[in-house]
Design a protein. Sequence first.
Length: 65
Amino acid sequence: MKDSEYPSDAPISHDAHRVLWVLTWTLFALGMLAWFVQGANRPLDPVVSGTAVGVLSLVVRRTAG
């Protein structure tokens, strides 16, 4: 949005809006990075992965034969 298109009676200034927008996306990117580093690299919970393997094997058996 151009400065000339920003409404003059907006509740916050255009500069404040821009700062909040940048801050929001920076925090989102840092949160996704933290999730990936702390959570996505961990192996699955043994109970969840065991159940998933069991269900997957049943599906494969039913579709194959």
